[in-house]
Design a protein around this ligand. Structure first.
Ligand code: HSE
Length: 302
């Protein structure tokens, strides 16, 4: 038996929609894998009800089916999934299950596979949940740190990952107790953008990447004028939360992945103050609030 942990992730980071991701391991999924004669059997899922038990419909199951197919394995896997990341939270839960599954299964192979292959199988898994190929969550969960996923052809076989320098960021995560389905959150986005928006976002992304290689000064850079205004309508009181964060010293605040989780970047002390302020206001839902740092490690065998 082999068991692996894959961290939760903040995708997009406001200026890199479907590109940037960072690993924030305050939460994560754990997956145990055993060898069986053939196929993939999901034995058990704990932590979340109603996830599909059919391997083809489950992100971990599909990732392992692809590993068996492409590697021509002469055995199958049974799988047990412990969900630590809430469903539809915007923290990369579907990606984490797929990543933890391939990392655990890799331990059981006669010859272990390179990360590029694990990435590819986990992406097949992730696409079952979201219906699209976006590698931002999978890349950050597998590699750790801060990653850029380059997917120019929408073909899983051609996705490339860049591991970026990891800044010393503290991250506050506010998770409203509501569920947003990634497919639905992608449907609300207008596929057309104005030239001005494209230029503005390109400048911000360029400045952000440059700052990672120079002085890490990202103040006033991370701001999303394209996706956030469209998706924030799905998160009641998003504007109120962002206002409190930005008025109290945050460096950035936006939606984590498809939401509803909201991420805030700042100094540890600032984030603790913001957390206290947020806990004191009335919101139309319960919230979980965590503070963590970006972590270099990525998924690992436990
Ligand atoms: N980049 C994806 C999106 C991440 O925002 O739709 C989904 O978790």
């Amino acid at each position: 038996m082999s068991r692996a942990f894959a961290p939760s992730t903040v995708a997009n980071i406001a200026i890199g929609f479907d590109i940037l991701g960072m690993a924030v391991p305050v939460l994560g999924d754990r997956v145990s894998v055993n060898k069986i004669e053939c196929g993939v059997v999901i034995d058990k899922i704990t932590g979340i009800d109603n996830l599909p038990m059919e391997a083809e419909k489950n992100t971990a199951g599909m990732a392992l089916l692809k590993m068996i197919e492409f590697e021509k394995l002469d055995h199958g896997f049974s799988v047990s999934i412990e969900k630590g990341i809430p469903l539809g939270s915007g923290l990369g839960g579907s990606a984490a299950s797929a990543v933890a599954a391939v990392v655990a299964a890799n331990e059981l192979l006669d010859k272990s596979l390179p990360k590029e292959k694990l990435l590819r199988y986990a992406l097949y898994g992730e696409s079952v949940a979201s219906g699209s190929v976006h590698a931002d969550n999978v890349a950050a969960s597998l590699y750790g740190g801060l990653t850029a996923a380059i997917n120019l052809t929408n073909n899983i076989e051609e996705v490339g990952i860049i591991q970026l320098p990891v800044p010393d960021f503290h991250v506050l995560l506010i998770h409203p107790d509501i569920v947003i389905n990634t497919r639905d959150a992608r449907r609300v986005i207008n596929p057309e953008i104005k030239l001005k928006q494209h230029i503005d976002n390109s400048m911000r992304l360029t400045a952000f990447i440059a700052a990672l290689y120079t002085d890490n000064n990202i103040e006033k850079i991370i701001n999303d004028g394209i996706i956030e205004p469209q998706r924030s309508k799905l998160i009641p009181d998003f504007d109120k939360i962002k206002k409190i964060a930005m008025e109290n010293g945050a460096i950035a605040c936006s939606i984590s992945g498809a939401g509803p989780t909201i991420f805030v970047i700042g100094e540890n002390k600032t984030l603790n103050d913001i957390k206290q302020k947020l806990m004191a206001i009335n919101l139309p839902y319960d919230t979980d609030i965590w503070i963590d740092k970006i972590d270099n490690r990525g998924a690992y065998v436990i």
